[in-house]
Design a protein around this ligand. Sequence first.
Ligand SMILES: [Zn+2]
Ligand SMILES: [Zn+2]
Length: 339
Amino acid sequence: MKAIQISEPSVMKVIDIAEPKMGDDEVLLKMKYVGFCGSDLNTFRGGNPMVKMPVVPGHEVGAEIVSVGKNVPEGLKPGMTVTVNPYTNCGKCASCRNGRVNACEHNETLGVQRWGAMCEYIALPWEKVIPAGLLTPRTCALIEPMSVGFHAVSRAQVTDIDVVLVIGCGMVGMGAVVRSVQRGATVVAADIDDEKLALAKEMGASYTINTMTEDVHARLREMTSGFGPDVVIEAVGSTPTYQMAVDEVAFTGRVICIGYAKSEVSFQTKYFVQKELDIRGSRNAQPSDFRAVIHYLERGTCPVDRLISKEVKPEDAETAMNQWAENPGKVFRILVDFQ
Ligand SMILES: [Zn+2]
Ligand SMILES: [Zn+2]
């Protein structure tokens, strides 16, 4: 069967690999659409330390069930449209012991620590297969990255009295915008791209700030009667945005960290103390976050077509990736069509 492989930085080719064999506790899936994640882009650029090449990337899946093993519960049937939970959990580490399986110390995400979903078929344990109701497989490819944003909002314990600043309006940041709005918060979306900011507004943000052209501090003060945002969600992973999060958050606020910063970031730790901050990491997503995103997408209010920047055949994936690498700010998601 066809698979897409990254063998070295900037080289992505279609290769032929064996079809997977399905176990008794597994489900065999036919990929329909698989989205490229920012982490796949990092792998392609050679900047993902968690990946050992060659690797088949991809973990944002819209698929159809082909067949099910004999121990698989009845809820999963051939023909169903599904997405997948692409993480593993060991069951033994501290995170797993606390039920926070999304932050398993030994997690292996599809397409990162193990070969991923950019191929025609995969077999997965049935627990990782999530029915997607009436959503199309194309929409399903958006579920995982949005669920990461949803999870961050749950880590932040956002309520309707909060002003939430979301820094970075990619797919994950958009998920955080949507979930914060659903919880009744006032949302401020920040990004360097005006198109993304316009879309964040459509998805419910009350205010937007272009961090390249506007005075972020002054705007935030003006929006919050001088207090600063109660919650800041960092969904970029850069030094200035991490520092912005700690500097701008209100006294006794919460800072939620999703982005992976590539280098060390230094902070005035006095703010941690003076402001009595809660600084919390947010990693991947829990099964309930996936369900919440599916529930949201089923309502049909999400501008799905604008979140899908491009659809390509496997043979054209390398060209699309190069274009994304050249202009990372302009792309939400590129989907590969494996139908
Ligand atoms: Zn991802
Ligand atoms: Zn674990």
